[in-house]
Design a protein around this ligand. Structure first.
Ligand SMILES: *Cc1c(COP(=O)(O)O)cnc(C)c1O
Length: 450
């Protein structure tokens, strides 16, 4: 009998996070200021605490997890690794399928892994308030929870379309005590500018980031927190892959292919990078980031320096981008609608060390429904991107008779996304392929560097 849930005890929660920079063949491209010169760490001090800045620029392989952070992680970690035996049966595949389930956190996704750490370092540095943005609401929920746990006020700029579509995500943040504002708002210069041009703007993550950064930069008691993309967020999320490696050891197995949905990259990096350490020392393992075909940052974007936000308040990062003024189609995987991607994920993809795929919206809901009917858990639409690619490979294994070991991160549950499942079930969902002209025209909006 094989175990269905491969579990670790609380004392097996890793004591250190992993930083992939130590194992990358080439150093990361520098982050540049508006003058085209590398940004000094001091320049970040207006909006980030020192503990976070140190991690952002660190090239140490191992970074200690503070005891206070590990102690809160124990509230839901270690998360279970499941053997998807019922899905394997349903697909009639010789492949072995495993998934790590991050939906058991209070906020329902992997995002609290970084939110808790960020709130901790901000509290340490004496901040009283955190400003952030949220697209689908998962990151805002995670930071609202983390702020509550460390006694910090939290202000969330929520992308207007989600604010309208997902009132219960807002209630959740407010229950934990956060203040939630629809973005673009009239509280910031960046928000007012957009509203003047388009009073009914749906908003976008890029716009909401501009608002949050502006509100942190203009108040001494307020710092900024970002839920993905940056190196320190990827470091915090490595807890997922580190635990997974211990769990695979327990069952004497090891993945051939790892799938994770990819928005800004912290979910993919979190599960995959600890395995990259083995790949860097010669082990064969494929790491695949799966993104929506409506926001095909890695698979169709440009590898270039670009801003992280719409108003151009952030430093310039070399990354795959669809252009910082990208406004994505209103697909339901709201957590994957960012114009750019992590610099580290982008560089490893450019160098051919990790792979990427894009999947259409309808296929992801089909895969999510198949998964729910086999395994019970209703996945977040974001997570269903990884599920769709994993199912495709399991079916290919059926054709070829190969018994590969497949692994994906089930980054969250879909309990707040049932309206989207309803639309899928009643045939109202559509596929959006991001138009080639928009991809070309994005080139023109890229900032000139050098
Ligand atoms: C945010 C989110 C993602 C995407 O994470 P990134 O770090 O932005 O790539 C995936 N799944 C769920 C459930 C999320 O909330």
């Amino acid at each position: 009998m094989t175990d269905i849930k491969i579990l670790l005890s609380e004392d097996e929660i890793p004591t250190q996070w992993y930083n992939v920079i130590a194992d990358m063949p080439n150093p990361p491209a520098p982050v540049l200021g508006p003058d085209g010169n590398p940004v000094s760490p001091d320049a970040l001090m207006a909006i980030f605490p020192m503990g976070i800045i140190e991690q952002e620029i660190s090239s140490e392989r191992w970074i200690p997890i503070p005891e206070e952070v590990r102690d809160i992680y124990r509230q839901w970690r270690p998360s279970p690794l499941f053997r998807a035996r019922r899905l394997e049966q349903l697909l009639d595949t010789p492949a072995k399928i495993y998934y790590k389930y991050e939906g058991g956190s209070p906020a329902g996704s992997h995002k609290p892994n970084s939110a808790i750490a960020q709130a901790y370092y901000n509290k340490q540095a004496g901040a009283q308030r955190l400003a952030t943005e949220t697209g689908a609401g998962q990151w805002g929920s995670a930071l609202a929870l983390a702020g509550r746990m460390f006694g910090l006020e939290v202000l969330v700029y929520m992308v207007n379309i989600s604010y309208q579509q997902k009132p219960f995500r807002r209630s959740m943040m407010e229950t934990w005590g956060a203040t939630v504002v629809a973005s673009p708002s009239d509280q910031t210069e960046s928000g007012r500018k957009i509203r003047k041009e388009d009073p009914d703007s749906d908003g976008s993550l890029g716009i909401a980031i501009s608002e949050a950064v502006e509100s942190a930069a203009t108040r001494d008691d307020t710092n900024y927190a970002l839920g993905s993309v940056l190196n320190h967020v990827l470091i915090h999320q490595s807890i997922i892959g580190l635990e997974s490696k211990k769990q695979f050891e327990k069952v004497a197995d090891y993945p051939d292919i790892i799938y994770a949905s990819c928005g800004g990259g912290s979910n993919f990096a979190g599960v995959a990078f600890p395995f990259f350490a083995d790949k860097a020392s010669g082990k064969e393992v494929r790491l695949i980031a799966v993104e929506p075909s409506s926001c095909p940052t890695l698979t169709k974007g440009h590898y270039a320096y670009d801003f992280g936000d719409t108003a151009g308040l952030t430093p310039l990062t070399k990354m795959y981008t669809l252009g910082h003024d990208f406004v994505p189609p209103g697909i339901h995987a709201g957590g994957l609608r960012y114009h750019g991607d992590s610099a580290l994920v982008s560089q490893l993809y450019k160098e051919g060390l990790v792979e990427a795929m894009a999947v259409g919206q309808l296929r992801t809901f089909e895969a999510g429904t198949t998964f729910a009917r086999a395994e019970g858990i209703i996945p977040a639409p974001e997570s269903s991107h990884a599920i769709a690619s994993c199912i495709d490979e399991a079916l290919a294994c059926k054709q070829s008779g190969q018994a590969k070991t497949l692994f994906f991160n089930l980054s969250g549950h879909g309990h707040f996304d049932m309206a989207a499942y309803d639309q899928y079930a009643s045939g109202q969902l559509e596929d959006f392929d991001y138009p080639e002209e928009s991809i070309k025209s994005a080139l023109e909006s890229l900032p000139k560097v050098g």
